[in-house]
Write a protein that binds this ligand. Structure first.
Ligand SMILES: Cc1cc2nc3c(=O)[nH]c(=O)nc-3n(C[C@H](O)[C@H](O)[C@H](O)COP(=O)(O)OP(=O)(O)OC[C@H]3O[C@@H](n4cnc5c(N)ncnc54)[C@H](O)[C@@H]3O)c2cc1C
Length: 455
């Protein structure tokens, strides 16, 4: 765990230039923030999108997390549609997405052999072979390109290289945000703010209630020059020998799930969702430095082992680690409603559901902080308990949250009201109009009798 400082310095009062004046500022251009910005702009708001890095996409690009999961119900019905579907179509046009056609979504060994190394499996099922489902393997650079295209087309004022540092307030109201840049601090005035930082940076600065949690962190990396056909052929021709080697490989990396290497749309390039390193605080500089050293050492050890032992990896080379440390969980809002594990597991339906992921529903109240009128949250730091967040933080559901949050701010803007007073029904209607599934109609397997009514 990190050591928090106990000595402090004070800075003098400063004059901060206002670089943008807009309806909505979205902080963080990961999957959730990008969707929120595009959705708000397409609904008529003037939007500024603030991002600390040079690229858009957060964990989906800089974090090199390369399979879109949790897009379907357990019956393989696609429920993250709307902007998510548009994004996938755009990735495909750039040869940046691979997923099984509907006829391949079966449960048998033939399809397992064809699709499991793409990550298109229902890993929530423990019986083998796991069902092949609609999940999408994608290329991180294509993600960045598609994100930029959509931002440009929606006429969003993009400000990268801008690290959110504080909120501005007049009376009790947030009037915008301040970003740290190479040219010093800059102010962005806005009527509404979307916190899509993944870590609740804006919410914390604005005084929102939150909780903290932790999960493994991972330095995701990619290896090139792999003969994936040979590796897969060996896996199926000699399953026992393969399993033995695979167990050894996972010991070498020191923490990985079963499928530690997966194919990507780039021939011969695989991504490795490992090593999994527990005990690190994703907010702490000291911890992130230690994790960087540790992760890089472990990945080089694995590469050496794979080259020497695993058929198909003989000529493999390290393509590189992700630009961003793979942080899964830090701070989570404790807002108007806090989603818990039972809500997710029981598929609890909420009357004010505005988006979905897998078989769960996200109520509008879980995006709203208590006591702050013009701030909304979208992404992995939404209002949720720690163990429930681990089950509801995948990329497409975060995009869906962003799409709903973008609609919410545009409605609040039009009606000049607090976000909490926006009618969830109106968000649902607009989500449907955009081709998205807000979860207004409960699935046959949803827990409806205990529905928590919207206030
Ligand atoms: C190792 C790992 C493996 C995963 N595997 C999968 C998977 O296979 N499939 C899947 O669907 N999901 C997976 N996930 C989960 C998924 O990647 C994240 O939960 C998802 O990306 C969250 O989206 P987000 O937009 O909320 O946050 P993020 O993706 O974290 O984006 C937040 C954005 O905000 C920016 N930002 C943060 N703070 C500031 C600031 N102060 N100022 C300006 N900008 C800021 C960041 O740079 C980033 O662009 C994985 C996650 C990890 C870490």
């Amino acid at each position: 765990m990190s050591e928090r400082n106990t000595t402090f310095v004070k800075t003098e009062g400063e004059q901060i230039p206002v670089v943008a004046d807009c309806d909505v500022v979205v902080v963080g251009a990961g999957p959730a923030g990008h969707a929120a910005a595009v959705s708000a702009a397409r609904n008529g708001a003037s939007v500024t999108l603030l991002e600390r890095y040079h690229h858009l996409g957060g964990m989906a690009s800089g974090g090199m997390v390369l399979v879109l999961d949790d897009m379907v119900t357990e019956d393989n019905e696609v429920i993250t549609t709307g902007l998510v579907s548009e994004f996938v179509e755009r990735l495909e046009k750039q040869d940046g997405a691979v997923y099984p056609p509907t006829e391949d979504c079966q449960t048998n060994w033939e399809m397992w052999q064809k699709w499991s190394r793409w990550g298109c499996i229902d890993f929530h099922q423990s019986t083998m072979p796991q069902p092949i489902i609609h999940a999408v393997a994608f290329d991180p650079d294509a993600w960045k390109r598609v994100s930029l295209d959509m931002v440009r087309e929606a006429d969003i004022n993009l400000r990268t290289h801008s690290w959110f540092s504080d909120v501005m307030r007049e009376g009790g109201k947030i009037t915008g945000v301040i970003a740290q840049t190479k040219l010093g601090r800059q102010a962005i005035r806005a009527k509404y703010v979307v916190d899509a930082t993944g870590d609740l940076d804006v919410g914390v600065a604005a005084g929102a209630e939150y909780t903290t949690g932790q999960f493994i962190v991972t330095t995701v990396f990619r290896i090139a020059n792999v003969d994936t056909d040979k590796a897969v052929a060996f896996e199926f021709a000699e399953p026992e020998a393969y399993k033995k080697l695979d167990r050894q490989a996972r010991r070498v990396i020191g923490g990985a799930w079963g499928m530690w290497w997966l194919k990507t749309p780039l021939p011969g390039v695989v991504w490795c969702n490992c090593p999994h390193m527990p005990g690190y605080d994703g907010l702490s500089v000291e911890d992130m430095v230690k994790a960087e050293y540790e992760g890089r050492e472990r990945m080089m050890n694995l590469l050496a082992f794979a080259k020497e032992n695993i058929p198909g990896f003989e000529n493999a080379v390290m393509l590189g680690a992700a630009e961003q440390m793979g942080v899964r969980q830090t701070r989570m809002l404790q807002g108007e409603y806090v989603v818990n594990k039972d809500d997710i597991k029981s598929k609890r339906h909420f009357a004010d559901s505005v988006c979905r992921g897998r078989d769960y529903y996200t109520p509008y109240r879980a995006l709203l902080p208590k006591g702050i009128d013009n701030l909304i949250v979208a992404g992995r730091h939404y209002s949720v308990e720690s163990d429930a967040q681990k089950m509801s933080r995948e990329i497409p559901p975060c995009q869906a949250q962003g799409e709903a949050a973008g609609i919410a701010v545009s409605l609040a803007l039009k009606e000049d009201k607090a976000l909490r007073d926006v009618d969830a029904k109106a968000i649902q209607i607009q989500m449907r109009a955009q081709g998205a599934d807000p979860g207004d109609v409960p699935d046959a397997k949803a827990l409806v009798e205990n529905t928590v009514a919207a206030e």
